[in-house]
Design a protein around this ligand. Structure first.
Ligand code: PGA
Length: 261
């Protein structure tokens, strides 16, 4: 069975002091879920040091929001995968729509970042998502498949278990509503089939595909009713510790009812 995931990307929010407060508040609320689900927070770089300490005794893992593809060198302003690992990161988020839209990242660049992350032992959280126009033209699945194929071009089936795919429709990020459970589940199903066609049935059955884009404690349960969805990846609704705890509780409930009996 795939272990379900509750994660949050903090974007450019929650500095070091606030990170300590967040961790102190959230840890007792979520640690009971640690056996059943995987949890992560992705703080800004300058909060990672505090996050490592503050979450050290908790079930919540930490990760970076971006990484450079090279291992070291003259790359002013950049951070390497080894640096993230040294800072206590287990994860790194790649290809978030804000990186694509505002910083000109492409999936070919993302491919190199995936390679760097895997080499450093980090779990890439690879975002995939169609634009509103792609959706209107009925080509969402084609776009997701192309993004996945390009970003994972250098990976083998064995490495798929070390990667988390995050389906994040670009029109649903920072928006007023999430994708409907039906729409999201269909994308997840088709994306998993595309993984199967490229990497084989075992890789497809094992890879976790989580949903992100305007998830809240109000719509999260309906999304998690769909077995195609392996977890929730949350922005705004989890920038407060209580918000993250609510999302983790929803995912933990889903993990419980999905357990084979
Ligand atoms: P949101 O952000 O939950 O605030 O829409 C999601 C994301 O950016 O991954």
């Amino acid at each position: 069975m795939r272990k379900l995931i509750a994660g949050t990307g903090w974007k450019m929010n929650i500095g070091a002091d606030a990170t300590a407060r967040y961790a102190a508040r959230v840890t007792p609320l979520v640690d009971g879920f640690g056996d059943d689900i995987e949890m992560f927070v992705l703080p800004p770089f300058t909060s990672l040091h505090v996050a490592r300490q503050a979450f050290s005794s908790s079930a919540v893992g930490i990760g970076g929001q971006n990484v450079h593809w090279d291992s070291s060198g003259a790359w002013t302003g950049e951070i390497s995968a080894a640096m993230l690992a040294e800072a206590g990161c287990r994860y790194v988020e790649l290809a978030h729509s804000e990186r694509l839209e505002h910083f000109g990242e492409t999936y070919d660049l993302v491919r190199r970042k995936v390679n760097a992350a895997i080499d450093a032992g980090l779990t890439p959280i690879l975002c995939l998502g169609e634009t509103a126009e792609d959706r209107q033209r009925g080509r969402a699945d084609k776009v997701l498949e192309a993004q996945m194929t390009l970003a994972l071009a250098d990976q083998t089936a064995a490495q798929l278990s070390a990667i988390i795919l995050a389906y994040e429709p670009r029109w649903a990020i920072g928006a007023s509503a999430a994708a409907s459970p039906d729409y999201a589940a269909e994308r997840h199903r088709n994306l998993r089939n595309a993984v199967g066609a490229r990497f084989g049935a075992d890789a497809a059955a094992g890879v976790r595909i989580i949903y992100g884009g305007s998830v809240t404690s109000g719509n999260g349960a309906a999304l998690m009713e769909r077995i195609e969805i392996d977890g929730l990846f949350v922005g705004r609704a989890a920038w407060s510790p209580d918000g993250f705890a609510d999302i983790a509780a929803i995912v933990a409930r889903a993990a419980n009812w999905r357990k084979p009996r």
